[in-house]
Design a protein around this ligand. Structure first.
Ligand code: ZN
Length: 138
């Protein structure tokens, strides 16, 4: 059975979403295809496609939000790597049993119609890993 199916997107923390959208539009040669706020996470996101790949820009909407804190610690840049999974609950228990620290114990609703779970970077070699599963019936 396949577990992590592919890299679904890269998440990039930015201070100023308008400026970052302009930069990535110049870099990738295409405008973002969607902006979406995830209130529970305190972020506004913007999505780009680069061929088959997806880039998610994240700006904090709160000074104490996770993206604001990440930028404070490490500056702007790559924030997480998201993998697509077919069965998020099964992968969460597999990874938990394998010794990874899950940041949420039940899947939560993320941007772009996904159920998501984050894995603590301390248990994953310094990389914040996101699991995401497409929601079929929104
Ligand atoms: Zn993400």
């Amino acid at each position: 059975m396949d577990h992590l199916l592919r890299i679904e997107h890269l998440g990039i923390a930015v201070k100023d979403l308008d400026a970052a959208e302009a930069l990535y539009t110049r870099l990738l040669g295409v405008p973002p295809y969607k902006r979406e706020e995830v209130e529970s996470e305190g972020v506004i996101t913007s999505f780009f496609k680069a061929g088959p790949n997806k880039i998610e820009l994240l700006e904090s909407t709160r000074t104490d939000g996770p993206i604001a804190k990440a930028i404070e610690k490490r500056g702007e840049g790559i924030h997480h790597v998201a993998f697509e999974v077919a069965d998020i609950k099964a992968e969460m228990s597999r990874l938990k049993e394998a010794g990874f620290t899950l940041l949420n114990e039940t899947p939560k609703r993320g941007a772009d119609n996904k159920l998501v779970c984050f894995i603590h970077p301390k248990s994953a070699g310094g990389v914040l890993v996101e699991l995401c599963q497409e929601i079929i019936d929104p």
